[in-house]
Design a protein around this ligand. Structure first.
Ligand code: C2O
Ligand code: CU
Ligand code: CU
Length: 475
């Protein structure tokens, strides 16, 4: 028995509380742990092109197993892009093509998806487009997207949850001229925070034994692959690109000082104007970019980024030195271009539900059906504007079950959440929208880019792997 199984066997009640994410007492849980706010925050390496020509940057990424030190004093076997956890960051330029050759040196088949990308169907990482061990595939990204924080990750049919848990995820940042010309913090003051939670065994190995309803069990919060790290900062502005790359944990992020986060971007890139928000909900796969101005704190202050849902303090910032700061947060960031509702040619309805299995087993469905690779559930025409009503009708033991609903290919705008305007953090372009039980959103989007087969799915990876995914075809 692994230590976690023993733990669950010994303590059913605590385990149930834990499964509900309402426990928060990680002392009770088996991961070896790490001294909190001790390790420095790592930043994923920037991947260099192997060559660049007048139109294209070419990259090569090897997917391989590696033994890395995540928890001090133990070694963890991970599956990583370039053998790192998380993978290296790619920085792409809008209007220049990127060709990424992924070489699979793992023992399992894999496929790569660029989350948030406007990608041709051949390169979008359909879950059955698998690359066997020992083989490679080149994915082509045209980077038509405005400046935004995207990410790439595995999308293997039925095994996305396991493969991401093992480490197959990395950032993909698109830059453009508009964003480069803004006086925002950049370079070493532009820092990604990839938040992921994990469960480890005493020997440091990753323990992936998901709960059938709630998804992956965890007790350890990693930022850029380090448990509860700290970052020494100057008393000036920083830009943080925050990605929730967890399998099944949604966060509500806030500063421990009570000051607001200044949000400048969402999944789809820069907002029209900055928004001050005290608590930012961030479900799986969602991104926000925020500016934190540490000049508002006395030297010596410690500020935490905290998850108010269940995980508590995630990272500590230590304000250590004065520094000059020429950056500003402009009142105008990007041009807003809302799609007028009257352009929509049709409305579709998508209902996300649980399909109770025998015993504790759960399957998950969209409009009553589980994923079938050959069955598209929608066929928007290229160029059409549509409205999609998405409903979370998952009722389970009186609990709210969150479904972060993600669409490939398109960015959408949220017209309404439960009949009201969208929440403050989700007013811009999005590719993922989180729904609690009983919630309903109306989304508007234009199916531009490419014809072909794409996906929509829940980004709780354990739901996704158990049916909550569907194909749509742009025709
Ligand atoms: Cu982030 Cu279909 O995935
Ligand atoms: Cu995606
Ligand atoms: Cu879900």
């Amino acid at each position: 028995m692994t230590s976690r199984r023993k733990f669950l066997a010994l303590s059913g009640a605590a385990a149930a509380g834990y499964a509900l994410g309402i426990d928060g007492r990680s002392e009770n849980l088996p991961s070896p742990g790490a001294r909190r706010f001790h390790l420095p925050l790592p930043v994923p390496a920037l991947q260099r092109p192997t060559r660049s020509d007048s139109t294209t940057d070419h990259y090569e990424i090897v997917q391989r197993e590696a033994r890395v030190e995540i928890l001090p004093g133990t070694k963890t076997t991970i599956w990583g892009y370039q053998g790192t956890f998380p993978g290296p960051t790619i920085r792409a330029q809008r209007g220049r093509k990127t060709m990424v050759q992924h070489i699979n040196h793992l023992a399992v088949p894999t496929v790569v998806h660029l989350h948030g990308g406007i990608t041709s169907p051949e390169s979008d990482g359909f879950p059955t487009d698998l690359v066997p061990p020992g083989k490679s595939r080149t994915y082509i990204y045209t980077n038509e997207h405005a400046a935004a924080t995207l990410w790439y990750h595995d999308h293997t049919m039925d095994y996305t949850g396991r493969n991401l848990f093992m480490g197959l995820a990395g950032l993909y940042i698109v830059e453009d001229e508009i964003e480069k010309n803004l006086p925002l913090p950049r370079d070493e003051y532009d820092i990604p925070l990839i938040i992921q939670d994990r469960l480890f065994d005493q020997d440091g190995s990753l323990q992936y034994e998901p709960d059938p309803v709630h998804g992956a069990f965890t007790d350890t919060v990693l930022v850029n692959g380090a448990p509860w790290p700290r970052l020494e900062v100057a008393a000036r502005k920083y830009r943080f690109r925050i990605l929730n790359a967890s399998n099944a944990t949604s966060f509500r992020l806030a500063l421990s000082s009570g000051r607001p986060l200044v949000q400048i971007a969402t999944d789809g890139g820069l907002l029209p104007f900055p928004v001050n928000i005290k608590e930012i909900p961030l479900a799986m796969a969602e991104r926000v970019e925020v500016i934190v101005d540490f000049s508002l704190y006395a030297l010596g202050t410690q500020v935490f980024l905290t998850d108010l849902n269940s995980k508590g303090n995630v990272i500590r910032f230590d304000v250590l030195r004065k520094e000059r700061d020429d950056t500003v947060v402009p009142q105008q960031l990007a041009q807003a271009s809302p799609i007028p509702e009257h352009l929509a040619v049709r409305t579709r309805t998508l209902v996300f539900t649980r399909r109770p299995g025998p015993g504790p087993e759960s399957r998950w469905a969209i409009n009553g059906k589980e994923f079938e690779a050959d069955r598209p559930i929608a066929d928007p025409h290229l160029g059409d504007v549509e409205i999609w009503r998405v409903l979370n009708h998952t009722f389970f033991q009186g609990l709210s079950i969150v479904h972060p609903v993600h669409l490939h290919l398109v960015n959408f705008q949220i017209l309404e959440r439960n009949g009201k305007p969208p929440l403050a953090h989700e007013t811009g372009l999005k590719d993922t929208v989180a729904l609690e039980t009983g919630e309903e959103v109306r989304l508007i989007m234009r199916f531009g880019g490419y014809r072909g087969r794409y996906l929509l799915h829940c980004h709780n990876l354990e739901h996704e792997d158990r049916g909550m995914m569907a194909r749509f075809d742009v025709v």
